[in-house]
Design a protein around this ligand. Structure first.
Ligand SMILES: Nc1ncnc2c1ncn2[C@@H]1O[C@H](COP(=O)(O)OP(=O)(O)OP(=O)(O)O)[C@@H](O)[C@H]1O
Ligand SMILES: [Mg+2]
Length: 575
């Protein structure tokens, strides 16, 4: 919560204004019972109509002032609350944007979303409420007690009876409620996670008739949330009636004891009424405080979850003194690289050494899970190597600014990702200033030109959210074109031809070979036909290099490669 409270410093002027206003409001409200007691004692009992009028109007004026101030403070505290949550959300977003994949693996996406929405909302509600209660509640309690005591100290024992009663009730509710709130917040994470999974996987779920299993999964969490919330509501539903009961009990007690004293002449009737009001204001302040106390644990949990994200130091950061960026030739050099995923038990890559030269194509092949994607993902520093180094034009990538590094790389992921918007906006993603001509060039290399023109509106065709209105192969080709528009020094194609038919695949490779004759091209492939023309092929097996060379060399010298090739090519092609 400390972290969250620290955001209040941005609104210190409003906060001070709220404190001053609430103070004035409370002090004025605490005056009202005195006026009433005067009206009764002097006005009604002695039948002085003029006095009733003057005092009555004064009371009215105070009440109006109180109402006005109350509106202003509500307004101000709402503004502080929503401004603060806006700022927290912005900071969270900026922070998350700088997360490396390590942090994304650590927090789940669902949890990051909940933290950025629901948790921030909890905090906002808490702050808005607290801003108003934190000053007024103690004032009501202390001054209310003082004033009541000053009116008639012989009745103060009543407080000694009811206050402990009230505190006991609130405290017992408190102990039941707090752990439940924590639970609910965690469950919200889980609920979001399951909902997301259900929605993104809807096609597979349908195809496998798994609606019931998924629904059960969702229901399980949903029921748990419901049960927790029901219990919370049930406990809380005792609160208001309980408080009312105690208040009524207090009123009866005061009137009963007061009547006796009025009878004997030791108490004025107006004073009893004032006493009653002070008592009510005081007890009510306890209720207000208890509301804060009950909400606090939940908001504190949320605050902690927010702070956790804000305090996370991304593990992959820019060096203090980055090497000046220059446009090089794009030579990529792996030297004895070892890598292990955080939290994993063993290395996925062992002692990888090779050089990918500019103007040449370096291909990677190996069975699934052999570490091909992992290897190429190390180049944009999605993860850092555990041992060894990766150098581009002789500079360790960890010595560069990440943005400079990323400028050098055109990355086409294994799973094509497009953003909602037009085809053109997706293609210019890496270089917004690219001209239409450049777009068309890139599209034609990526073999995307024809299908783009067939779409309604061509380059202005709208890609739906999740890119559901383009096919898998079209998505891949647009991802490729997007990287080409960027004109980087190094291209990384992670299995980006997998969804293409053989004809398109070969046309694309030919175009890449011709048009990208200066660039360093790294291609991960499953098909031997896709990579056999590469200048250099790296064969991976269980994270180690089983052989490096051309197709011809490897067929002769690398049994692992021969095996892969034999399973895909005909006898004639192998010979
Ligand atoms: N984020 C991750 N955390 C932990 N382990 C991972 C992670 N990503 C991949 N792995 C593991 O690393 C190994 C290599 O995975 P990788 O994705 O590099 O294989 P690949 O060669 O690209 O396979 P494919 O041909 O199927 O794409 C696998 O055993 C995989 O389970
Ligand atoms: Mg892969």
């Amino acid at each position: 919560m400390k972290k969250v409270f620290s955001y209040l410093r941005f609104y210190w002027m409003q906060v001070i204004a709220i404190v001053v206003l609430v103070f004035t409001q409370t002090m004025l409200e605490l005056e009202l019972p005195d006026y009433m007691s005067d009206i009764i004692n002097t006005g009604i009992v002695k039948q002085d109509i003029d006095f009733i009028y003057t005092k009555g109007f004064q009371m009215l004026a105070i009440a109006l002032t109180v109402a006005t101030i109350s509106v202003i403070t509500s307004f101000l505290s709402a503004r502080v609350g929503s401004g603060l949550s806006n700022k927290i959300r912005k900071d969270l977003y900026l922070k998350i944007e700088n997360f490396s994949l390590i942090e994304f693996d650590k927090y789940s996406t669902a949890s990051l979303i909940t933290r950025n929405t629901n948790d921030v909302q909890q905090v906002q509600m808490m702050i808005t409420m607290m801003l108003r209660m934190v000053v007024s509640a103690p004032l009501y309690a202390i001054i209310g007690f003082q004033k009541a005591n000053a009116l008639n100290s012989s009745m103060s024992w009543i407080f000694a009876v009811v206050i402990p009663l009230l505190v006991f009730m609130i405290a017992s509710i408190f102990t039941f409620v707090t752990p439940r709130f924590e639970r609910v917040q965690k469950l919200t994470d889980k609920l979001n996670l399951t909902a997301r999974e259900n929605l993104t996987g809807i096609r597979v779920i349908r195809a496998f008739n798994a609606q019931d299993t998924q629904a059960d999964k969702f229901n399980g969490v949903n029921i748990e949330v419901r049960d927790n919330n029901t219990i919370l509501q049930r406990i809380m539903s005792f609160m208001m009636p309980g408080i009312m009961l105690i208040m009524s009990f207090t009123t009866i007690l005061i009137v009963w004891v007061g009547a006796e004293k009025i009878n004997t002449g030791s108490l004025l009737i107006g004073d009893m009424m004032a006493f009653l009001q002070y008592a009510t204001q005081m007890l009510f302040s306890f209720v207000m405080m208890s509301m804060v106390f009950i909400m606090y644990p939940r908001a504190a949990v949320s605050g902690k979850r927010i702070a956790e994200v804000l305090n996370t130091k991304p593990q992959i950061i820019d060096p203090d003194q980055p090497v000046q960026a220059v446009r090089g030739i794009g030579e990529v050099k792996f030297e004895n690289v070892c890598f292990r995923y955080p939290e994993a038990d063993e290395d996925v890559l062992h002692d990888i050494t090779f050089t990918a030269r500019p103007g040449k194509t370096t291909a990677f092949i190996g069975s699934t899970g052999s570490g091909k994607s992992t290897l190429v993902n190390l180049i944009p520093r999605f993860y850092d190597v555990c041992d060894g180094s990766i150098k581009i034009d002789g500079v360790d990538i960890r010595a560069m600014k990440q943005s400079d590094l990323h400028d050098k790389i055109g990355y086409i992921p294994q799973k094509g990702v497009l953003f909602s918007g037009t085809i053109a906006s997706n293609l210019t993603y890496g270089r917004p200033e690219a001209s239409q001509e450049e777009l068309e060039d890139a599209a034609s290399i990526a073999q995307a030109k024809d299908f783009i023109l067939e779409k309604e509106g061509g380059y202005d065709y709208l890609i739906a959210q999740g890119a559901t209105n383009v096919s898998g192969g079209q998505k891949q080709r647009l991802s490729i074109a997007r990287a080409l528009v960027k004109k980087p020094e190094i291209y990384i194609f992670d299995d980006s031809f997998s969804a293409l038919d053989f004809k398109t695949d070969s046309a694309l490779r030919k175009a890449i070979h011709e048009k990208l004759s200066d660039a360093t091209v790294l291609i991960v492939g499953q098909r031997v036909s896709t990579i056999m023309s590469a200048d250099q092929i790296v064969v991976l097996e269980n994270g180690s290099i089983a052989g490096i060379g051309t197709h011809r060399d490897l067929l002769k010298n690398c049994p692992v490669y021969y095996e892969i090739a034999a399973s895909q090519l005909t006898k004639e092609e192998l010979a």
